[in-house]
Structure formats: C-alpha cells, structure tokens
Design a protein around this ligand. Structure first.
Ligand SMILES: [Zn+2]
Length: 110
C-alpha cells in the first residue's frame, strides 16, 4: 500500500475545489485514485501523470525487442556451440544457452 503524500493530497483537494473530477478508472501503475483536471489525468497516490503512463506503456512495448536480442544471442551461442570442439567450452556455451532460454521463458511470461 502506497501512502499518499500530504502535498499530493493537498494538491488533489485543491484541484477538486477548482472543479477537477475523480475517475473511476484506477491508476495503471499503482491502482490509486486518478484525478482529472483541465483535461489532464494524474494519480493522487503516486502522482503518475497521463504522459508518464504513456511512457510506461512504451517501455512495456519494448519488451519484445529485448526478447529479440536474447533470441539472437541464444542463436549465436548455438552456432558457436556447433563449431566448438573443446568439451570445456561446450559446457560454458551450454550454461549460457540455458540462461538465455530461461530468460526467454520469463519474458514470454510462462
Ligand atoms: Zn498511481
């Protein structure tokens, strides 16, 4: 549970007095109460403004490319493994590959 800071609460009640409205939709970041004032939506609890929440969404949208990077790396390791003759090196590469695969599984949320 995130505590609402005194300043935010004061700012929120000030905005409400000036005609701001509380939204039914909870904050996408913390689930707190969102307030709409002059067309701008911000969260009373964490102060997340609409712009910032858009930035958060963009960050989430970047996850697939991180996945792509790891996929590429995993493939590189797989290719290196194919050409590797040293048993010791193969063990290292397999360890690495295992980690990449674990990461990929985590990123795909399964
Ligand atoms: Zn919030």
């Amino acid at each position: 549970m995130v505590a609402v800071s005194r300043e935010r609460l004061a700012a929120a009640s000030e905005m409400l007095r000036k005609g701001a409205t509380l939204l039914r939709e909870p904050c996408p970041k913390c689930g707190g109460v969102q307030i709409k004032y002059r067309g701008e939506v911000s969260c009373i609890v964490c102060g997340l403004a609409k712009d910032e929440s858009a930035a958060t969404l963009q960050l989430e949208a970047k996850l697939p490319s991180l996945k792509e990077i790891i996929e590429t790396k995993a493939l590189e390791v797989a290719f290196a493994l194919r050409d590797e003759r040293s048993i010791e090196r193969q063990k290292d590469l397999l360890d690495l590959l295992e980690r990449y695969i674990e990461l990929l599984l985590k990123l795909s949320g399964k």
